[in-house]
Design a binder for this molecule. Sequence first.
Ligand SMILES: [Zn+2]
Ligand SMILES: [Zn+2]
Length: 456
Amino acid sequence: MAAPLPDSLLALVKESPPIPQARLQLQALLDGDLESGARAYVRSGLWHVWREIVRFRGLSIPEGVEELRRGEEASFALWAFDNGLEEEGDFGYRLSLQRHVREKHNDPETNVLFLDHRLRLGQFEEVIATVKRIEDEHDFVPDEIMRAVRAHLALGQTDEATKKLTAIRARNLDSGEIWAFTAIASKKTGDLAMAAVAQEECVRLGIFDEALEREFLDSLGISPTEWEVLRQNYKFPALDWEAAARTWWRNPGATLKPTSAPSSHWFGGEDYRMPACPGCGLPIRQWFLLDIRAIEPLAKKLPRWSAFPLLGCVECGVWMGRHDYAVDPERMEVRLLNVAISTKDYGERFRESPKVPPIPTQFVRLEWFPPRTYPDEEEPDTETPWNSLHLGGSPYWVQLPQDYYCPQCRRKMVFVAAMTSTTGFEPYIPINNESGFQYHWACNDCGILSVIAQWT
Ligand SMILES: [Zn+2]
Ligand SMILES: [Zn+2]
């Protein structure tokens, strides 16, 4: 017979809300199987009951925390902080961090909750040290670094704060969040010129994080109504599949088809000297080579461009983040300028032998889609080619944001092509794990090519 539960614990169990999904575990608890019983309270986040069970089992709270699964220790820690149990919270968070580091996994959401908590407590040195540890492990962690910048600012270390902020901004110049934070920080350090630049960037890029948006508006003394007016020309469109299809069909551009006739565009080849992928180290590949001069709508918008590569790496996961390249068609050389994603977290090679063998040059021709009104009443079955490579028209089906800006001159870039998996071509190139596109954008004046992933 199991020892009966003490009255204090029984009372807690009775007081706490019913846990319908965990009836079995609750029964286990009443039957004296404390370990299984405790799980009911872990799942439902009733940490005060869980804590009593741990104690009744004769364990210390840290011992109990060590038994928790990944993620649970973090939610316990948050609860502990909220309830003034600093030491227990600390233990839970440190364990969570250790486990993430061990599994090479980063969890920015949990990290920022804890870092914000420590910032509120004024533990600035601790914030800086924690962020450094996360950064060493994961390379590009802008959300966490913004917390370290806050800590540096609170300690009056303006130079250090500016240095860190400049470095993360350079890796993702189209992040409204980083610019909003830049505006806040610049206002604090009295750099009003930078605050004004950052505000302009926020107007067109938007700020997705609502709490940060509020802080930005407060800090710059902009009312929500004024902000509405400033943003009106840059409002994010609603993400609507039908509307996206309508827009695309108005200006669908062309797709690429194999051809035996000589052409100024081709599949494969190794015309451009390519940089190494910053993740897996294998060369970035030239998938197609387009002659912009022979594609009328693009030649008009990009008169300085000629040989334009559709490029990328499918051997690791770094394709998920934006890549900026400098393309030199005279020297036939591509330089990688920047990658807006952690190359450590996503850079591991998927497998030993490359997925795509060398691709011999094969001519391709452009096949223009006839523009149409969508949905088409005469041809109601018209399908929108979700998975067609397309170029020279509008981008099709987009996640937000929809406009991209040149990292050098900050002017709007031109949409060139949506590279996708190459059905109908040999060898087959699986783009974005066979779902979605790699959008290629170009700046006419700077010769910069930016590639952005879009997927479901
Ligand atoms: Zn790679
Ligand atoms: Zn530019």
